[in-house]
Design a protein around this ligand. Structure first.
Ligand SMILES: O=C(O)CCC(=O)C(=O)O
Length: 208
């Protein structure tokens, strides 16, 4: 159920929409990559990226995460989450071009990216915030998605706060998440059992 506080604001300059989330905001840049570019990137990234099937400890058991992933970053920029230590793969030419587009659209600069490959609707990502200490006190995240449209859900970190937001991220669209999104809110990609199409999402970050 969506709370009124979370109703999306009107569209500002063409293709740019600001979604309010309490004190935070998510800026959506629709079609930052056009449909054919985005589908070409889905196919080339699925072939070219050195995807890893990682496992993490959950409730005392070692389990495969329900997606493939790859961490690309400037040399030495290691990323740790859920007990995993991700050493950077070399930037590929395609991902560098995507980074340039991300930086020119959002006017932010990034030195790393986590790529996630959801092979179908049974792949997912559990509730979390991108608030690890190497991302600094105010992490700004630029996310772009290619392939299937998937829902991204938000809830407050404080359990008594029942506010929720559910956004659909479309093929080729960018979501720029302000720092308060990571500091005060959790997000997840829920499973969608009937979905058979793949999606690749890239979350660009600045690692200190
Ligand atoms: O796939 C997505 O849209 C979310 C990715 C994400 O939350 C992350 O990389 O931390």
């Amino acid at each position: 159920m969506q709370n009124d506080l979370f109703q999306s604001a009107p569209t500002y300059p063409e293709g740019v929409k600001v979604h309010k989330l309490g004190d935070a905001e998510i800026v959506e840049y629709k079609s930052a990559f056009n449909e054919s570019e985005a589908l070409e990137l889905l196919h080339s990234l699925s072939d070219e990226v050195p995807w890893q099937q990682d496992s993490i400890w959950i409730a005392g058991k070692h389990r495969q995460i329900p997606r493939l992933q790859c961490w690309m970053a400037d040399p030495g920029k290691v990323y740790r989450y859920s007990g995993l230590k991700l050493r950077p793969a070399k930037w590929s030419e395609k991902v560098l071009k995507i980074r340039l587009r991300m930086e020119s659209v959002t006017k932010q600069s990034f030195n790393s990216v986590l790529l996630n490959y959801y092979r179908d609707g049974m792949d997912s990502m559990a509730w979390h915030a991108d608030d690890e200490k190497e991302l600094g006190e105010n992490p700004i995240i630029g996310a772009v998605s290619f392939g299937a449209d998937r829902y991204l859900q938000f809830k407050a970190k404080v359990a008594s706060d029942k506010r929720r937001l559910k956004l659909k991220q479309h093929n080729g669209s960018i979501f720029l998440m302000s720092h308060t999104v990571q500091n005060n809110w959790l997000h997840q990609i829920p499973k969608e059992k009937k979905l058979t199409l793949p999606r690749i999402n890239l979350t660009f970050r600045h690692v200190y």
